[in-house]
Design a binder for this molecule. Structure first.
Ligand code: BG6
Length: 489
């Protein structure tokens, strides 16, 4: 058989994502022996740069994080030798034809497949799809394109983008990344549900009282305000990362583990979700706060943020899946920047034990006696179940204890960055962790009306101090549905 090769072109090579995530992920894949034997990496951007300059930039971000094996420097060197740079215009077929010549040169007669990673603002996606597909498609192997959110600002602009890309690429060629799907514990959700007997039978309105999907960061926009202000936290985090977790949490068992079967189930559950209403959303924005003599800047103090912006940096929302399994179960989401801690988790609160014999011991609050299953996506990956237990001793006292699967204790293994997994899947043609166009459409369907209403009514966000637990409104929203946030204790 003829020799084969894969070429990966990072379009937007001088951007932040490329430097922080994509090149390091490519190197980690190479380091671990996951890239094909022969590969070529091209950085593509507008600015003029030599191969050497690109290599210097890349190498400054590469670390041998996996372990400190002696040959690491050597590996970096070999990796960099396979990295090249091409400067061109995003909308120019010609620029991509010139890239094509350079690619062919490196591919040296092998059967070449080509992956384009569009690490550029979405308003350039269609231009690049056009010029790359016309100027630099693979002739024998496959051609695939990775794109990453924001996929539009609402249902209409997203559909426009989908249609624009569809002019030049088939759905099969498009890999839409949601990097949360590449996170270890998010991928594990299906394993937890469908390969253990003890969870799935409880996984419904019959036993689950509410679900909470929580994302918090302990830093603000810090210079990313220009991008962020156009989108806000609902579009940046909820409509994609949190909703994807809900889909995996709530979907029915897929027929098989094939990408189409899984995504069919995800679409079904997303389409069963009620459109979010304005009265079920609370928005907030962080303000400056002085702590320990240090002044933490407010969102409006970020020089990249327009004056008097009302863009939310925090949101809480109550969502519902209107199907037989989830009817009436509140699904609460909370996402915010500049909060007191950095964390992403799913909390599943179970119902009260009927006729609880130990009721008296929880006289003050039966809610405190319910079981809670927590899937902590980051940091300190863990799955734990809160159970009631007798405190050892002669008296009868109960307390809440955790059955705790802490990854760092259980597995002596570095968890790969989500971009490593996703890029490798794209090379392998495995689409299980990528968003299909109908999924995207369903996701926008849930959030578009409320996003429009917030903008039309110019709803002002509730201000919360940098480093706090966010606006008080989030408590009231939860209380409206008889829910108490599990991350507050
Ligand atoms: C990105 C958002 O998608 O996810 C950022 O645009 C956010 O605002 C980031 O900081 C969080 O990702 P992670 O993997 O650090 O939790």
């Amino acid at each position: 058989s003829q020799l084969s090769t894969v070429s990966i072109t990072v379009v937007g090579a001088s951007g932040d994502l490329a430097k922080k995530k994509i090149f390091p992920a490519l190197f980690a894949l190479y380091y671990e022996g996951h890239l094909p034997e022969h590969f070529t990496i091209f950085g593509f951007a507008r600015s003029k740069m030599t191969n050497e300059e690109l290599r210097t930039t890349i190498s400054s971000t590469l670390t041998c994080r996996i372990d400190q094996r002696e040959n690491c420097a050597d590996k970096i060197d070999k990796f960099l030798q396979r990295c090249f740079y091409h400067s061109g215009q995003y909308n120019s077929e010609d620029s991509f034809r010139q890239l094509d010549i350079k690619l062919k040169d490196q591919e040296a007669g092998r059967v070449a497949s080509r992956l384009f990673y569009l690490s550029i603002p979405p308003n350039l996606f269609v231009d690049v799809a056009r010029s790359a597909s016309r100027g630099a498609s693979a002739t024998q192997g496959w051609t695939r394109v990775i794109v990453e959110k924001p996929f539009g600002r609402d249902a209409d602009s997203s559909a426009e983008l989908t249609n624009g890309l569809a002019q030049y690429l088939s759905e099969e060629q498009i890999y839409r990344i949601d990097h949360y799907l590449g996170k270890e514990l998010v991928e594990n959700l299906s394993v937890l549900r469908f390969s253990n007997l003890v969870f799935e039978p409880l996984w419904s309105r019959q036993y689950i009282r509410n679900v909470q999907v929580i994302f918090s960061e302990d830093f603000g926009t810090e210079g990313r305000g220009g991008y962020f202000d156009n989108y806000g936290i609902i579009r940046d985090i909820m409509q994609n990362h949190l909703l994807q977790m809900v889909a995996l949490f709530g979907m029915e068992a897929p027929v098989t583990l094939d990408a189409e079967d899984i995504r069919n189930e995800k679409v079904k559950v997303l389409r069963s979700m009620r459109k979010l209403k304005l009265e079920d959303v609370v928005i907030g924005q962080y303000k400056s706060h002085v702590k320990g003599g240090v002044k933490y800047p407010g969102y409006g103090d970020d020089p990249t943020v327009p004056k008097n912006s009302i863009t939310p940096t925090f949101a809480a929302a109550a969502l519902f899946i209107d199907n037989a399994r989830w009817d009436g179960v509140p699904i609460l989401m909370k996402a915010g920047k500049a909060l007191h801690t950095r964390r992403a988790e799913i909390r599943i609160q179970f119902r009260h034990v009927p006729g609880n014999l130990y009721k008296k011991l929880f006289a003050t609050d039966l809610d405190l006696a319910t079981n809670e299953l927590v899937i902590r996506v980051q940091p300190d990956e863990a799955i734990y179940l809160k159970i009631n237990n007798k405190v050892p001793g002669l008296g009868l006292r109960l307390d809440k204890s955790n059955l705790n699967l802490l990854y760092s204790e259980r597995y002596n293994k570095e968890i790969p960055d989500s971009y490593e997994r996703l890029i490798l899947d794209a090379i392998d043609g495995d689409k299980r962790l990528f968003i299909r166009n109908d999924e995207l459409e369903a996701a926008w369907g849930i959030f578009t009306p409320v996003l429009k209403a917030l903008e039309e009514k110019r709803v002002s966000p509730e201000l919360y101090p940098y480093g706090s637990r966010g606006p008080i409104g989030a408590y009231y929203l939860a209380a409206k549905y008889n829910v108490r946030w599990g991350d507050m204790g």
